[in-house]
Design a protein around this ligand. Structure first.
Ligand SMILES: O=C(CO)COP(=O)(O)O
Length: 254
């Protein structure tokens, strides 16, 4: 059985006061409920430490939205894996479509970051997903294969246990357009097949694959009800307890 995860990617949103309030609200939301779902929040860098304190011992994990692959040195503006772990981060999101398509990150860079994180046991949420024109020209499978191959180059099967894949079709991010539950499940099954062919059946079955793209309380249950969907990576709807709370609860009932 794969343990469900509901992760919130706050992107470049919140401020110190509202982020702290949100984290405290989420900690109250999960208090006293069964812990059958992993909950992760990924605030902007400057607030990581405050949010880590705010979630306290609620069981909610904190992750970053990016990191750099070098350990230290003259890399102005970058943040290392050690720095993230130093302030209590357990996870980092890598390869998000906004980093790929707005900030120009390529699979090679994403792979270096992935290897740097797992070498230090920092968990990685590795994002993959196709553009609208790629889906419309039937290239979804090809794009996912390329991103998986590039992102996971030289990653051993043992190290896959430190990685979660997030399937985020770019056309569904922040657009209000969600992949249908069938489209999501089909893409997740494709990713699982890739893992089976390139690692093993056991690796494919063990891998948690989250869906991301306009997940909200009204569609979470149906998406999470799909056999290959093991959780959600939520953007906009992770910014309020009223929206993120019910999505966490939908993960719990998976
Ligand atoms: O990019 C996402 C999460 O990483 C999804 O964002 P939205 O939920 O706002 O569509």
């Amino acid at each position: 059985m794969r343990r469900p995860m509901i992760a919130g990617n706050w992107k470049m949103n919140t401020d110190l006061a509202s982020g702290t309030e949100l984290a405290k609200g989420l900690a109250s939301h999960v208090a006293g409920k069964d812990s059958s779902v992993d909950v992760l929040v990924c605030p902007p860098f400057p607030y990581l430490q405050a949010i880590k304190e705010a979630v306290g011992d609620s069981g909610i994990s904190v992750g970053a939205q990016n990191c750099y692959f070098e350990e230290s040195g003259a890399f102005t503006g970058e943040v290392s894996v050690d720095m993230l772990q130093d302030i209590g981060c357990d996870w980092v999101i890598l390869g998000h479509s906004e980093r790929r398509h707005v900030l120009g990150e390529c699979d090679g860079t994403i792979n270096k970051k992935t290897k740097a994180a797992i070498a230090k046991n920092l968990g990685v949420v590795l994002c993959v997903g196709e553009l609208l024109e790629e889906r419309e020209s039937d290239k979804t499978g090809e794009v996912l294969d390329t991103q998986m191959k590039g992102g996971l180059a030289d990653v051993s099967e043992a190290d896959l246990s430190k990685i979660i894949i997030a399937y985020e079709p770019v056309w569904a991010i922040g657009t209000g357009k969600t992949a249908s539950p069938e489209q999501a499940d089909q893409a997740h099954a494709h990713l699982r097949n890739w893992l089976s062919s390139n690692y093993s059946q056991a690796a494919a079955e063990a891998m948690r694959i989250l869906y991301g793209g306009s997940v909200k309380p009204s569609n979470a249950e149906e998406l999470l009800g799909q056999p290959n969907v093991d959780g959600a990576l939520v953007g906009g709807a992770s910014l309020t307890v009223d929206n993120f709370g019910p999505i966490i609860d939908a993960g719990r009932s998976k």
